[in-house]
Design a protein around this ligand. Structure first.
Ligand SMILES: N[C@@H](CCC(=O)N[C@@H](CS)C(=O)NCC(=O)O)C(=O)O
Length: 288
């Protein structure tokens, strides 16, 4: 890596370009290998990992079940993106974009694929008519849901990448994306100054989409960047993040497809509500 870089006339793929995800990043789409995906007994088959984008969906599933929507039972299968599972042929059939989360809705006569986390949240919330907030506030709720989809790539792909994953710290991109991340936190902080949840008094899929990213950030769980970004100065975001963090379905949703952290909070796959008590990694290891 040098201080100055002159782009070549035509970009070519340098497989050794470094960074934490260099082994899986590619400039081409499509499958790299043939691989079938397992199918469980429930109406919804989720193929995912407990990154912030993955958590959005497992949190919604757990919230739906806790609210009494028993038709929202789901199997959550683990997709290890570090191992390239997202490039297996059956995964690519569900998500041609090769990213988690990906869902097969098998509740009807014909299975339906859904990819992109906001599409999955909308699909499920509409199906169960839950966590959408009141109809007259739908435009506001959707605005925040899609604010998240447009904004988080600057936090994850921009700030997180250059602050935590790039092969070496680089001042220009870290400055650029720290500035943008702090601006986004301020957007949220102002919005949450006089309402409990992001689009009003109701807890909705917009909160579930924003919380794993921006809630995780102010709770000090993302990129080891809490001090650098002075996250505790966003007091309204912190209050909102803590209130959502205290919800039992959110605690369960965070555990599903988690492969790091405390073993008692890692439920690699979820096939039954009882798995939270019996199938976490601490229990599985103790039984071996
Ligand atoms: N906009 C997508 C983003 C999904 C996404 O970026 N997923 C990441 C994990 S958080 C992934 O699967 N990365 C694997 C890869 O890029 O190869 C969504 O919200 O569903």
């Amino acid at each position: 890596m040098t201080d100055s870089y002159t782009p070549p006339k035509v970009w070519t793929w340098d497989k050794e370009n470094g960074g934490k995800f260099a082994s899986t990043n590619r400039p081409i789409a499509g499958p790299t290998h043939e691989k079938d995906l397992p199918v469980g007994k429930h109406p919804f088959q989720l193929y995912s990992l407990a990154t912030p984008n993955g958590q959005k969906v497992t949190i919604l599933f757990e919230e739906l079940l806790a609210a009494g929507h028993s038709g929202a039972e789901y199997d959550a299968w683990l997709i290890k993106i570090g191992d390239g599972d997202q490039f297996g042929s059956s995964f690519v059939d569900i998500n041609p974009n090769s990213k988690i989360p990906a869902l097969m809705d098998r509740s009807g006569d014909t299975p339906v694929r859904v990819f992109e986390s906001a599409a999955i949240l909308m699909h499920l919330a509409e199906k169960f008519d839950a966590f959408l907030g009141p109809k007259e506030n739908r435009a506001e709720m959707l605005s925040w849901l899609f604010w998240q989809m447009g904004s988080a790539p600057y936090l994850g792909g921009g700030f997180g990448h250059f602050y935590a994953y790039a092969p070496e710290p680089m001042e220009y991109p870290i400055n650029r994306f720290a500035m943008e991340t702090k601006r986004q936190l301020d957007v949220l902080d102002r919005q949450l100054a006089d309402r409990d949840f992001i689009s009003g008094p109701d807890y909705t899929i917009a909160d579930m989409a924003i919380w794993p990213w921006y809630g995780g950030l102010v709770l000090g769980r993302l990129y080891d960047a809490a001090e650098f970004l002075d996250v505790t100065s966003y007091t309204n975001v912190l209050r909102w993040a803590e209130s959502i963090d205290a919800r039992e379905p959110v605690k369960r949703g965070r555990m599903v497809n988690r492969v790091s952290g405390d073993p008692s909070e890692q439920l690699h796959e979820r096939h039954d509500a009882s798995d939270f008590k019996t199938r976490t990694q601490d229990k599985i290891k103790a039984a071996e």
